[in-house]
Design a protein around this ligand. Structure first.
Ligand code: LIP
Length: 271
């Protein structure tokens, strides 16, 4: 794929993230929103579905040769693949908590080439292109330079995809190591905040590719470090995730590494 093809998709993704974010935010103010549960603590709203349909329509119009893998409409692996979470932070969205984002990434030949994460409530557009840097509303961003756990703020995301005891163990170790720990319900925005240095790390025992694809390239292009999320079946089945400020990477990996969790957990950070 030529550089100009990637560049076209980069500009397109940024505009589309904003458009889908505006679509979602119109619904956010409508508290009569229809919400259904895909599973425990796993809602989907009319807004998720409308934003998802808008994104799919625009991609089909502009790049009919590309395929899509979306949280809401599914899809299959392909060489040219858009990885889409129309609303990341749906729990927050459904409850009227203004912390959610549209996350759009383009994955080509096994690598995430670009990503766009748009928070319509803050009007913050995070973008990154492989080899081209990471940006917030067009200004360059960098991961933090914090190197001491006792000075660090990290997010430990939680979902029911893993036993509660494993989450307790993870959070307990982070706290024992001196980290200040939060959990605020959007992996995409958490990764965007690692990329711009607002927080110093993000970890979660299991996430889907659509939650993280755009955030991973943001963190990497902002000088942060990430676990190898796409190793194994990460694209289709999800994986364990760590993203961190460069000076904290090894320590955070040690604290969160797989030995402390059941063997079946894929832990791509260990060679
Ligand atoms: C959410 C993630 C969050 C995770 C939730 C859920 P969604 O994505 O961003 O970090 O803990 O379980 O997966 O479902 O709102 O797109």
């Amino acid at each position: 794929m030529m550089d100009k093809d990637i560049e076209r998709r980069f500009v397109f993704a940024a505009d589309l993230a904003r458009e889908a974010g505006r679509c979602a935010s119109r619904y956010f103010r409508d508290r009569s929103l229809a919400v259904t549960m895909k599973g425990q603590n796993d809602p989907v709203t009319t807004a998720d579905l409308e934003a998802d349909q808008l994104i799919a329509k625009r991609i089909a119009e502009q790049f009919p040769e590309d395929r899509i893998l979306s949280e809401e409409s599914g899809g299959d692996p392909a060489n040219r693949l858009w990885i889409v979470d129309p609303i990341d932070g749906t729990q927050n969205f459904a409850r009227g908590i203004a912390r959610y984002a549209v996350s759009i990434a383009f994955y080509w030949n096994g690598t995430v080439m670009l990503g766009a994460i748009y928070d319509p409530m803050a009007d913050e557009l995070f973008t990154a292109r492989r080899g081209g840097g990471a940006f917030l509303n067009g200004s360059p961003i960098r991961a933090s330079e914090i190197s001491e756990p006792k000075s660090a703020l990290v997010e430990a995301g939680y979902s029911l995809k893993r036993p509660l005891a494993d989450y307790h163990a993870l959070v307990g170790r982070l706290l024992e190591a001196g980290y200040n720990v939060r959990q605020v319900g959007s992996a995409a925005l958490g990764l965007a905040e690692v990329a711009c240095g607002r927080i110093d790390g993000y970890c979660e025992l299991h996430l889907a590719s659509w939650d993280v694809a755009a955030g991973l390239v943001l963190v990497e292009e902002a000088g942060g470090r990430t676990s190898d999320f796409f190793t194994g079946n990460g694209l289709t089945d999800g994986n364990f995730l760590i993203a961190a400020a460069p000076a904290l990477q090894m320590h955070l990996h040690e604290v969160a590494e797989r030995e402390r969790y059941p063997a079946e957990l894929p832990c791509p950070i260990r060679s």
